[in-house]
Design a protein around this ligand. Sequence first.
Ligand code: GTP
Ligand code: SPV
Ligand code: MN
Length: 612
Amino acid sequence: MTATQESSTSATGHPTTHQGIIDFVEGVAAMTTPDRVYWCTGSDEEWTELTAALESTGTFTRLNPDIKPNSFHAASDPIDVARVEDRTYICSVDEKDCGPTNNWMDPEEMKERMRGLYAGCMKGRTMYVIPFVMGHLDAEKPMFGIEVTDSAYVTASMRVMARMGSNVLERMTELDADFVPALHSVGHPLEPGEADVAWPCNDTKYIVQFPEERAIWSFGSGYGGNALLGKKCYALRIASVMARDEGWLAEHMLILKLTSPQGVTKYVAAAFPSACGKTNLAMLEPTIPGWKVETLGDDIAWMRVGDDGRLWAVNPEYGFFGVAPGTNEHTNPNAMKTINKGNSVFTNVGLTEDGDIWWEGLENPPARATTWKGEEWTPEKAEEGLLTSHPNSRYCTPIKQCDILADEYDDPRGVPIDAILFGGRRKTTVPLVFEARDWTHGTFLGATLSSETTAAAVGQVGLVRRDPMAMLPFIGYNAGNYFDHWISMGKDHDAAKLPKIFYVNWFRRDEDGGFLWPGFGENSRVLKWVVERIDGQAAAVETAIGHVPTPESLDTDGLDMTEEHLRDVLAVDPAEWRAELPEIQEWFEKFGDDLPTVLWTELDGLRARLDA
Ligand code: GTP
Ligand code: SPV
Ligand code: MN
């Protein structure tokens, strides 16, 4: 890159006088020995230079500008397609603070090991310095970070996903602000004359959080959640620790605004595990007349109790990093409109002959395409099982391009949440929707949330595991203490003003393996029941697990569904739930004394109600 910054260059030649930032950047450069250090400005010229550089290394293929302007296709190394949970560590000083659900290593030992990997690892490359802020630059306390990376792909993607650039650096300098130092390398140094590869990465990967230091060290991967360090590493793992210490919540939740035909507005946050429907719900087009959904966020919510006692949520991100397969004009027309405006990066999807992208589930399959692995694809080969796209392929697109982005997205105070939904992917047992009895019971539902694993993380797909609050891979400390933090939010504040908690499951199956519930836009019927519950209008039956809709209380107008079918959708089978009890028991036992006793009381209550 040739661009340099003239303004406010310090005596050290850096575009800031913030000594903490200078020390971090110089320290990393000394260890990793890049050929160049480049401070990102976030300008349009910079984007043009970055994307041109990515085209020249073969990382990016420019898409047809008549179809998707200023957009690019990228294909990763097949060993670098998803988050690597077994390589992700919480290196707290005390192992107990990491808890039983995270990998731990002594921070000094980990640093020693990683310094060995980082030594000279940026040789032959440019080191990009990305000043960024998660949330608003004019927030009461802006949440700054500096990501240092040797990946132009990561730099381009960070520009889409986070507010970044010169104005952020200037503000950090003015405030002499605290920031999260986030070090990233693909771990692929280049010897003199050695040609680069399209997707540099390393067989050895480490995604490491140092919670006390609020620092992130990532090595060996270029994939989103492993490499765009503002996202999962900062906004969830590190932020969850900050939130524990400061009395707020950092959660894996979408945020949406729902307006009824009468013009009544409600805000809903929902936590579903990776690849379980957050983006789709966040951008939903209601099928019930007169209802409107607007989006505030699709992956992460930071929530604080305001002076009014309500729980206020902001989305700290600036883009969508969405699952591509299955996205289409029917399932998510708003995502399609967003990406069709251009300015987007598509990773591990198919590339068509006319310079567009295609993935499984998209309309109008092309006559031929190149798969993400570079194979030739035709509809005939699809019948033999060849996929154009990796199941965890992603689009990366600016949130501001979303037509249904709510105006409140730009308000640093965020929005007051009326309802929290927890949900997972369960073929059996869990009904379409039910309401928790109170905040503590809601915390129990979140703490015992279960879901089938997906392609968003490396490993076997389809295994049922407990994924508390959809945060299993993202809680930056002892999950037992995290449950306690949730419980105390209900105790330290007026629970009546906090959101009501619900549990949903779009993924229940019939005997033939088909989905019992049509999902997507039809989920508006569930949202309607939820807000009517909050307003005391919708009926429910009290069951052992919580308040389940009566069949009449769920709006099924225009839905082609028999009464019997609807009963199956809403069914609570005591035998199935009894089978959950030993699993929950085993799950809770993992946490020993760190599990809040009220959660044992909740489990006893559930058992007693099931036996009654
Ligand atoms: P991350 O970005 O990994 O955190 O995922 P996410 O929670 O945002 O999931 P997303 O909305 O991208 O959905 C993932 C997959 O679930 C896609 O293949 C969707 O088509 C599918 N999906 C989403 N909503 C529904 C639904 O209501 N019913 C069914 N059957 N599938 C759904
Ligand atoms: C997830 O896996 O939950 C995602 C994608 O949202 S990633 O950014 O890779 O974590
Ligand atoms: Mn996610």
